[in-house]
Design a protein around this ligand. Structure first.
Ligand SMILES: [Zn+2]
Length: 478
């Protein structure tokens, strides 16, 4: 019987965060092996759920873990995760193939290209020619090592990420075909000197849409097995940061190279389109105060939890208070505030860092999402959560765990009616759209400060490649 190892090691690492990511963050979020891995991931609209579907009875669960986006992994964290993966692999051998879910923007203090290092270790143990198919997030910074050490890489094609399950099925199916001798991948990576600002990474609309139209065209070329576009993660200061284009052809490295270059060249020729001017908090709140299209979702770009930000910024809510606009909702990561509310009890009047109101609800913070949402998760835990309502009809949700706003159940589960609010402050950029579009009157990306600022020029990069458009406007792509 064919045996396909199933693995996952996912983390989006924001190197501008001073707080490192440690092993316990993974252990406390999601870490499974063997039967527990299948239990955790079977049916999940995630690439690992897709792996299990695509591999079917051939699936051999190894090790899968992820943590909420945060700072770079400590060397100790990376080595422990890698060791557990390799130990489970060793115990499961012999295998015929391996599919692994990586993020592609994982950074360890010891290995800036952590994904490449994982693939290198797998390749070293499994040998040249062993089928290793890896999936990656659309926000990956793909390195030459990742491409060299894998048999094939397959990235998500949508942002918000709603095709994770499909890419997982595709990866496992490709692994099966390689094992059967029906396909022999030749992979090519092309890295034009450009980055795509995060505000321009919304795939259903131009300019991002065009990159994926080109990708769809390449997928129809005879001989192409798969292809991907990674828009990159601008908050990881690593050499490979930026956009990249990848094609995998059957037996034909020349074809793969032509396809990757064709996509890259066409993106490069449209590089000027990837620019976004976002309103200031002051302007955005002023517009939202009078907008007929309510609720107005104000995306707090600089405090994007899904990009590693803390989720505790008051910039937008304070601006709402300053302009005396009523009826806003904000979710803040604030464990101390939760503790104060719990101590005070429901119906108590509290004043927390200048926010005065009544404790409406205290919740266990668990919620479930049944729709396909960015991230592919169905169960969430935002920790003990307190809801405070103010005399100005503001609803302030304090959580004791950091949680990206990928599911509207985050607030619906607390009894909040988002459609009745004038302003919904969401700590993200593109990813929360899948959750918020059904209730939003309008969505506005706001130029807020933070470690996920939408302006790449505001970061002090030390390790990225040079030149890189638009940071070097005169960059050339020979
Ligand atoms: Zn992503």
């Amino acid at each position: 019987m064919t045996r396909i190892g199933i693995a996952g090691l996912l983390h989006e690492s924001n190197t501008y965060l001073p707080v490192p990511t440690i092993y316990e963050h993974f252990a406390a979020t999601s870490m499974t092996t063997g039967a527990a891995l299948i239990e955790r991931w079977r049916g999940a609209r995630h690439e690992i759920g897709g792996f299990l579907e695509g591999a079917g009875a051939n699936a051999v669960p190894l090790f899968a873990t992820y943590a909420v986006p945060s700072g770079a992994l400590t060397a100790d964290c990376f080595e422990r995760l890698a060791a557990e993966l390799m130990r489970e692999l060793e115990a499961a051998l012999p295998l015929d193939g391996l599919v692994i879910a990586l993020h592609g923007a994982t950074v360890a203090d010891s290995f800036p290209d952590a994904d490449g290092e994982i693939l290198r270790r797998l390749r070293m143990r499994l040998g040249a020619g062993f089928p290793i198919v890896a999936t990656f997030d659309l926000h990956a910074n793909i390195s030459r090592r990742m491409a060299a050490e894998s048999t094939a890489l397959i990235g998500y094609r949508t942002n918000p990420h709603l095709d994770q399950w499909d890419r997982g099925v595709e990866a496992a199916s490709l692994a099966v075909r390689i094992i059967r001798g029906e396909a022999k991948p030749a992979q090519a990576l092309e890295m034009p000197p450009m980055l795509v600002p995060i505000a321009c990474q919304h795939t259903p609309v131009a300019p991002a849409r065009r990159l994926y139209d080109d990708l769809e065209e390449v997928l129809r070329w005879p001989g192409i097995l798969t292809a991907s576009v990674a828009m990159g993660f601008n908050y990881a200061d690593v050499e490979e940061m930026g956009a990249s284009f990848l094609a995998v052809a059957d037996h034909d490295s020349g074809l793969a190279r032509r396809a990757a270059r064709w996509m890259a060249r066409r993106a490069w020729d449209r590089r000027h389109e990837f620019a976004a001017a976002l309103p200031s908090p002051e302007q955005a709140v002023r517009d939202a105060a009078v907008s007929p299209l309510t609720p107005v979702v104000l995306m707090d770009v600089g405090d994007n939890v899904g990009g590693g930000s803390p989720g505790d910024s008051r910039v937008l809510f304070d601006e709402v208070l300053r302009q005396r606009v009523r009826n806003a909702l904000v979710v803040l990561y604030a464990p101390t505030a939760v503790a104060s509310c719990v101590a005070a009890g429901v119906r108590s009047e509290v004043t927390i860092e200048g926010i005065g109101g009544r404790v409406k609800t205290i919740s266990d913070g668990f919620y479930t999402e049944t729709e396909v949402r960015h991230g592919g998760w169905s169960t969430y835990d935002q920790g003990i959560t307190a809801v405070v309502e103010t005399p100005d009809e503001h609803t302030v949700v304090f959580t004791s765990r950091r949680m990206a706003p990928m599911s509207l159940q985050q607030i619906l589960s607390l009894g909040i009616r988002p459609e009745r609010k004038r302003i919904l402050i969401a700590k993200g950029v593109v990813a929360p759209r899948a959750a918020y579009e059904p209730v939003a009157g309008s969505i506005v990306l706001v130029d807020t400060p933070g470690v996920t600022s939408g302006n790449p020029a505001s970061f002090d990069y030390r390790h990225r490649r040079h030149p890189l458009y638009p940071l070097e406007p005169n960059a050339e792509y020979p």
